[in-house]
Write a protein that binds this ligand. Structure first.
Ligand code: PLP
Length: 334
């Protein structure tokens, strides 16, 4: 696979480290647990969207865009990294916020990611839950064009074929690190939401015949819907890189048993996982994505799901900037 054919803006600190977690491994009593530090991609406190934005912003630059338009939840990590990328490349940034949470706290509305979006000077508009964001973004793009600008729309989470290329690339990077270290990876686990991370990783792993099972832990919808999202995007991404047909429906596995009451709603297991990773390994997770992803992985280790595995790796997709916004949702006494 020849990713240098696609336009790319360098935004991320790569490769991100692959680290062993000795104290977590000992405490869970299962396979060796490694972590791929995509929370350390560098841009605006880091996270998985930076890899996707390298390709999305690369395409925007190749089209001479001057204004980026994108969408997310109020505490979106994607939107925060997009706002920073636009600054770095000298573009304007129009952000659409979906108010997904009723009775949100003032921390939720103003701290964490929102505070950083405002430091980056992005223009923010708020919308009700369930708004048709494709048309809302198109109409902003029309306004930008009417004023002589050149808009470029990035969908939520940068989860389209272009954004997924960032995780095709991550699959290569991770497997080369394992090869260099003489490490056999038996399973890869990560939090899955808008599906670009899982779709990209899957396409990358299949394209190089890595034969490492990939498990997404859902944070939003039920299993059939999540797997369909990932499958559709993975097939489109495979087509886009000229590798049609490499994705089978059975390759797509999402476990959505750890969502709890919904996207961004706390669970006790998430709480334990965030505190556990911090107190055993000094690494920060987040309440919405990586905390639930870890909660799923911890529980599955304890249930023996990885009994045949020697080494598993958790891809840490970032999100710690949101901790401040969810301060009242975390019980620090465990
Ligand atoms: C967006 C996000 C995810 C999920 O990635 P998708 O590509 O949307 O599935 C996971 N973790 C964090 C911290 C995120 O911001």
């Amino acid at each position: 696979m020849h990713l240098s054919r696609f336009p790319r803006s360098r935004l991320a600190h790569l490769p991100t480290p692959l680290e062993f977690l000795p104290r977590l491994t000992e405490s869970l009593g299962g396979p060796n647990i490694y972590i791929k530090r995509d929370d350390c991609t560098g841009l605006a406190t880091g996270g998985n969207k930076t890899r996707k934005l390298e390709f999305a912003m690369g395409e925007a630059q190749s089209l001479s865009a001057d204004t980026i338009i994108s969408v997310g939840a109020v505490q979106s990590n994607h939107v925060r990294q997009t706002a920073a990328a636009a600054c770095k490349l000298g573009m304007k940034c129009e952000l659409l916020f979906e108010n997904r949470i009723a009775d949100a706290s003032s921390d939720y509305k103003t701290s964490g990611n929102v505070f950083l979006d405002r430091i980056y000077g992005a223009n923010i508009r708020e919308y009700d839950k369930g708004t048709d964001f494709s048309s809302a973004m198109e109409s902003i793009a029309d306004d930008v064009r009417a004023n002589g600008g050149r808009p470029y729309i990035i969908p939520g989470g940068a989860s389209n074929t272009v954004g997924a290329l960032g995780y095709v690339n991550c699959a290569y990077e991770l497997v080369s690190q394992a090869n260099d270290a003489g490490l056999v990876l038996d399973h890869i686990v990560h939090a899955t939401g808008s599906a670009g991370t899982q779709a990209g990783l899957l396409v990358g792993l299949k394209a190089i015949h890595a034969k490492i099972p990939l498990l997404g832990i859902g944070v939003a919808v039920d299993r059939p819907m999540q797997e369909q999202r990932v499958y559709d995007l993975a097939c489109d991404t495979a087509d886009y890189i000229g590798a049609s047909g490499i994705i089978k429906r059975d390759d797509v596995v999402a476990n959505c048993d750890y969502v709890g009451d919904g996207y961004g709603v706390r669970t006790d297991a998430m709480n334990d996982a965030v505190l556990g990773l911090a107190r055993l390994e000094g690494i920060l997770a987040d309440p919405v994505y990586s905390g639930k992803g870890l909660a799923g992985m911890f529980d599955l280790v304890q249930k023996g799901f990885f009994a045949d595995a020697k080494n598993i790796v958790f891809v840490h997709t970032g999100g710690s900037a949101a901790l401040f916004a969810y301060r009242d949702q975390l019980n620090l006494d465990g």
